[in-house]
Design a binder for this molecule. Sequence first.
Ligand code: GTR
Length: 407
Amino acid sequence: SCSVMTGFAQPPVNYDEAKVGVYQLPPLLITNSKTKVRSSSDWDHTRRKEVLQLFKENMYGQFPGPDAEMHVVMQKIDSSAIDGLAISKQVRIYLSKGENGPYIDLLLYIPANTTQPVPVFTSLNFQGNHNISMDENILISQHYLDFLKFKKADASPTRGVQERRWPVKALIEHGYGLATAYYGDLEQDHADGWETGIRTSLAHQLHIKPADWSAIGAWAWGLSRILDYLQTDKNVAATKVIVMGHSRLGKTALWAGANDPRFAAVISNNSGEGGAALTRRNYGETLSIITKAFPHWFISKYQSYQDDVNTLPMDQHMLLALAAPRPLYVASATNDKWADPYGEFLGAKNAEQVYALFNKKGLGTDQMPAPDMPVGNTIRYHIRTGDHDVLLFDWMQYIKFGDELVK
Ligand code: GTR
């Protein structure tokens, strides 16, 4: 949904390009000590760390290190999933000692006909693994049932409800695996979700206070733990795991990719405000709106920029640049004005300067492309015709991107 939460006084949402306002982006290639970043080594050794730090201190919070207590239990293997085209594995990733603490339920599909380790797309889902497919073997997500209970909503399982967003068969047929888990396994998505999520249950173990990171931080950290597991699975090509996410989980994918260089490529689908879109552009959702509607997504410091986004020491092109030199895909949708498609394009455009240090080609154009016409090389962009969503068209571009740059 893309409605503004009511109950907050907000200026009207701007959808007029003429009223976006004048802004200047913070320089990406000048270090804190005012020296120019001239090479990939200057970037890697100095500036990259500074930029990552800006996002930690002002926006998403800290990103804890690996989880020493993590261990996995295989719950179910189906050797003839998707009409025999795939093997599915359901793995419970425990995040603390024993089996009473927090866990991630990972669903992994692997093409059945391959003897080689395969590249894998990994992406969190919104409503539990059982929502991505009608596949009867997928275990119903307990954490999703917990969330429905919290919402006092009907708790009947909703198998396959988001199936259109997960073209598993197409991925398998193109030689990819898919690894997905419910984002609520890490933290429920509401203002008090941290109380029952890993920011509380793992605070002691990870040496971090709940307020020192965020919901997006917790979800992104979960993606890194999924990658820890994937790197141990003999069917997975450990250096070819692509992190992808839609909308708030697109923001999450970008943050995971920024912190964890083991992800081979990063894909943002309609991530919008707080994701790929430039914050300084007053178009669609704004920092003020998002931090009032979803305060838990960011650390509280981010709210201090509500009245003047121009005082932010960073903007989102700098987050996108943290994916460099790895392949980066930013996608928008024509009806998704709330996410500011042109702002997403410009975010990608302004990240090119870092890719250039690595002799990697970016979008190859200054012009917003026509709908359904992908542009670019190591950085890619498209604006799909239609709504805020992730559809087969989007996935087919990600497959092509993976084929050309990751496989
Ligand atoms: C909206 C939010 C967006 C986007 C979206 C989603 O309500 O304002 O930033 O994250 O939700 O996740 O679908």
